[in-house]
Design a protein around this ligand. Structure first.
Ligand SMILES: Nc1nc2c(ncn2[C@@H]2O[C@H](COP(=O)(O)OP(=O)(O)OP(=O)(O)O)[C@@H](O)[C@H]2O)c(=O)[nH]1
Ligand SMILES: [Mg+2]
Length: 354
């Protein structure tokens, strides 16, 4: 499972600059609104120093970090949902993502045009929220004729149609789909609509270069993650030594991108476990609370189908006993069965039979 995240925001707030920094492969960052005319998709490796520690023990042929896919689309200006600007056509590209990152302009640079004339994070957030709600209303409206037809077939189809109607009324009042009080069955029904306002959102404040260590003003009580897209894009082009010097000069602890990815994991309730073998040391992304067979299934469906057991050690044990042989000798390699709830950082070796 590779996590995928859509980057949204008003035009010219630094989405592509952030995307480029994340993926280091040249999205388009320019001085003008609506610069991004094509959606960019980039895959980012999730930096995790534990992989290096495991590799020191196992000496694998390769290290495979977890990845996150980012999708950069054009800005959504006021009226985007009705076709002003280019936002509209790109929304389809982020329908299938797991979460959204909303980039909000906090930086003050007067050289960079603001589509609504001034820097106002609260207002911009509301503008964007409205556009996303309108986009979802468009989705529902387009789906209704089909749902009405299908409603005659089965009971769940009828329930789905009825739900879409109620949701439409709710969102017509300006509410997000997320804030609708779904029953568990309804949650399953609404999934197919891929509504944007159902997705969890991470707020990113694109702040001035010297403000990355300050807490940005909250938006509706939520504190955005401060990042300077400009600083990140500069760091992205440096080698590690240069970057370290640059951090020190600016008084920055770590790249904001690491913070961003960590926050995304937290928001989505995700964690990592590891596999460590001669071929590869690898991080896998799973939901918190996942059981061993389902975790095995992330690697290969056969592993889940034919799951027998998982030889498991905590990351700390794995390191302090120097790997599998040491763990075995000390009786610290646990044999876990199908009800085992995987812990963050577990190093696992699955036994299966198909
Ligand atoms: N000063 C400053 N300028 C920035 C920062 N981030 C982006 N910019 C500038 O703002 C302009 C727009 O940046 P983009 O990354 O293209 O913005 P965007 O959100 O992708 O814009 P659209 O794709 O048109 O919606 C460019 O001139 C960037 O150099 C920042 O953190 N600080
Ligand atoms: Mg852009």
């Amino acid at each position: 499972m590779s996590l995928s995240i859509g980057i949204v925001g008003l035009p010219n707030v630094g989405k592509s600059t952030l995307f480029t920094a994340l993926t280091q492969k040249g999205g388009v960052a320019t001085m003008y609104p609506f610069a991004s005319v094509e959606a960019n998709v980039g895959v980012v490796e999730v930096f995790d120093s534990r992989l290096l520690e495991l590799a020191e023990i196992v000496h694998p042929q390769k290290i495979v970090p977890a990845t996150v896919e980012f999708v950069d689309i054009a800005g959504l200006a006021r009226g985007s949902s009705f076709g002003e600007g280019l936002g509209n056509q790109f929304l389809a590209r982020i329908r299938e993502t797991d979460a959204l990152v909303e980039v909000i302009r906090y930086f003050t640079d007067s050289e960079v045009v603001h589509v609504d004339g001034s820097v106002d994070p609260q207002r911009d957030n509301e503008t964007l929220a409205t556009e996303l709600v309108l986009a979802d209303l468009g989705t529902i409206e387009r789906a209704l004729p089909r749902l009405a037809k299908e409603a005659k077939k089965t009971k769940p189809d009828a329930a789905k149609y009825e739900l879409a109607m109620r949701l439409q009324a709710w969102m017509d009042d300006g509410n997000t789909a997320r804030s609708f009080d779904f029953s568990d069955e309804e949650l399953a029904l609404v999934y197919d609509l891929h509504l944007l306002t159902m997705k969890p959102v991470l707020l990113v404040a694109n702040v001035d270069e010297d403000k990355t260590e300050e807490t940005p003003l909250p938006i509706n009580g939520i504190y955005p993650i401060p990042i300077s897209a400009k600083v990140e894009s500069e760091i992205a082009q440096m080698d590690p030594d240069e970057a370290k010097e640059f951090f020190e000069m600016l008084g920055i602890k770590e790249s904001g991108l690491i913070r961003l990815v960590q926050a995304a994991y937290q928001l989505l309730g995700l964690m990592s476990f590891f596999t460590a073998g001669e071929q590869e040391v690898r991080a896998w992304t799973v939901p918190i609370g996942v059981k061993a067979p389902a975790a095995a299934g992330v690697i290969h469906s056969d592993f889940e189908r034919g799951f027998i057991k998982a030889e498991t050690a905590s990351f700390a044990d794995y390191i302090s006993y120097g790997g599998e042989a040491g763990l075995k000798a000390a009786g610290k390699l646990r044999q876990e069965g199908k009800d085992y709830v995987v812990n963050e950082g577990d190093v696992m070796h699955f036994k299966f039979n198909v």
